[in-house]
Design a protein around this ligand. Structure first.
Ligand code: MF3
Ligand code: CO
Length: 256
């Protein structure tokens, strides 16, 4: 069963997402060459706790940090620490907030200073793939219309879609039904209904779609070592346009 949120639950999710947006803005101010990934993690944790929330990822299946920081060929779930960010890298941040039992989840890839034209194209294509998926979030569509739109968007841009990790329902838990793959045929699966909330999160690679996990047991990297990007929003389906609960993550209010 895919939970349909009540008006009260939606209000609580909006508050959780607002704290997550604030957290991204705080962390963003420190993303530059010379910053250690562990510093970003500390800023995020402090912002979340000061806002009355707790980091949703910390302790989840034993994950040790607030933020997942994944650089270049790292796809997702990179563990922050002493590694220092360098010019030319793609740095992907994934953060989850639990505010009063309500979860929000978002991710964004950043170009650090001047990056190669190919990396720039990858970042923009991944952002666009998420936007194209979100556009399908309306009643009467089926779940896999989201998946299909993401895959089509990314592959038309000449990139590949990671298969092993998927988006998810979200609300009173970080992971609720359904799984939201980033690939597949259109018009399959349950019909979308107002009140459903999904974390949609394409992971897109320049080279092969294949990934593996590093010896730390967490970091997902591309098998061929080519760069990857990741964007994620928590999205509410309404009677008309989808409401991106985590919009405004970069302070511009029109991320998508
Ligand atoms: N956005 C990811 C997800 O929804 C983040 C989970 S990372 C973990 O699954 F550290 F919490 F596992
Ligand atoms: Co997620």
């Amino acid at each position: 069963m895919i939970p349909i949120k009540t008006a009260g639950e939606i209000e609580a999710l909006r508050r959780s997402a607002a704290l997550l947006v604030r957290t991204f803005r705080a962390v963003e101010r420190a993303i530059r060459p010379g910053t250690a990934t562990g510093e970003l993690d500390a800023i995020a944790e402090q912002t979340i706790r000061q806002g009355g929330g707790s980091p949703a990822f910390k302790g989840y299946n034993g994950y040790p940090a607030t933020v997942c920081v994944s650089i270049d060929e790292q796809v997702v779930h990179g563990i922050p620490g002493s590694r220092v960010i360098r010019e030319g890298e793609i740095v992907s941040l994934d953060i989850g907030v639990n505010l009063e039992g309500f979860f929000s989840d978002a991710a964004k890839s950043y170009a650090i200073g001047e990056v190669s034209p190919e990396k720039k194209r990858l970042i923009e294509a991944t952002r666009a793939a998420l936007t194209d998926g979100i556009r399908e979030c309306r009643p009467a569509n089926r779940l896999s219309d989201i998946s299909h739109a993401i895959q089509r968007s990314a592959e038309r841009a000449g990139f590949s879609v990671v298969r092993e990790l998927v988006g998810h329902g979200i609300g009173r838990a970080m992971h609720e039904e359904p799984q939201v793959p980033n690939f597949g045929a259109a018009h399959r699966g349950p019909r979308l209904q107002a009140g459903m909330v999904f974390a949609i999160e394409p992971m897109i690679n320049i080279g092969s779609e294949k990934v593996r996990i590093l010896e730390d047991g967490w970091t997902v990297v591309t098998e061929d070592g080519a760069p990857s990007a990741h964007f994620e929003h928590t999205v509410l389906i309404t009677q008309d346009r989808p409401e991106i609960l985590t919009a405004g993550m970069d302070g511009t209010f029109q991320e998508h």
